[in-house]
Design a protein around this ligand. Structure first.
Ligand code: ZN
Length: 283
């Protein structure tokens, strides 16, 4: 993780804290509006809180825009080669109808990914790949798109639970248990992450199978060697520190191991090239 990434992490943490403070201020303002005067806030304090709220909201909005521009620093490009491959794989209808909005190079990404009819490559990875390796990684993503592998949006599945939890925060607040609502509110972002992580881990087996299936399909349409090299290059872009991170550890529980993937690709490649019959695979 370079210093740029560390800077972004600090920004994300800062925004999360601002977010919690803003919600706290909203609650305080509501409370003051409901019971002005006796026991409530003086009008000067009230105005001060509103001013802080507006200033903070401005900082958050500006930082979010900046963050967005850094993370989503992206270049869209058209590729007739990718389109032809997608057509052969029956995936073309799952891509954006606008040919100029199908493929992207993203500055801060390390690997390749697909999301909502679009395929994304880490910009540095993309430049380091050969033409064949790009096609092989794209084939893997086309398989994801055609099989609608991204249909489980974990935040959407967990949203009802999160709303119930948030409602319980409100209830605790109105019942006057300040310590409880504050604890619940501050831990709110954690519940979201925990719920999503739990959901992903509970789907680990299916998610692993998805990856292996997409590799197998990519090998049918492109060269196994290219997929292998492309995957190894994308892994090489991850720093030892990123490989040790908790996020990566959780994500890697839902992925087959590199070794398992590589072996399966080599095997599929040998079968595809006719060096092995599908029934005779040596250990
Ligand atoms: Zn995949």
């Amino acid at each position: 993780m370079g210093s740029g990434s560390r800077y972004l992490t600090i920004l994300v943490v800062f925004l999360s804290i601002c977010w919690v403070v803003i919600i706290g201020l909203v609650i305080v303002i509501f409370q003051a509006v409901e019971s002005p005067g006796a026991g409530g806030l003086t009008s000067t304090a009230f105005l001060l809180i509103v001013a802080v709220f507006i200033a903070l909201a401005g900082v958050v909005a500006a930082s979010s825009l900046y963050l967005r521009s850094r993370i989503f620093g992206r270049v869209a490009f058209a590729s007739p080669e990718f389109d032809r491959l997608a057509e052969r794989m029956g995936s073309l209808t799952y891509l954006d109808p606008d040919t100029r909005k199908r493929y992207y190079k993203i500055d801060r990404m390390k690997g390749a990914a697909s999301y909502k009819r679009r395929v994304y490559f880490g910009a540095r990875l993309f430049e380091s790949l050969t033409e064949g390796e790009r096609l092989a990684l794209a084939a893997h993503e086309f398989s994801h798109l055609r099989n609608r592998d991204g249909r489980y949006r974990y935040w959407r599945i967990t949203a009802p639970i999160e709303l119930i939890l948030l409602a319980s925060v409100g209830l605790a607040f109105y019942q006057g248990s300040q310590a409880v609502w504050l604890a619940l509110l501050l831990s709110f972002p954690l519940w979201g992450y925990a719920l999503r992580a739990a959901l992903m881990l509970s789907h680990a087996k299916a998610l692993k199978a998805q990856e292996l299936r997409c590799d197998q399909e990519a090998v049918k349409y492109t060269k196994a060697q290219d997929l292998l090299e492309g995957l190894k290059k994308s892994r090489a872009f991850m720093t030892p520190r990123e490989l040790r991170s908790w996020g990566f550890k959780i994500a890697s529980r839902t992925y087959p191991s590199d070794e398992e993937r590589y072996q399966a690709i080599i095997k599929a490649g040998l079968i595809a090239s006719g060096e092995l019959g599908s029934g005779s695979i040596p250990g």
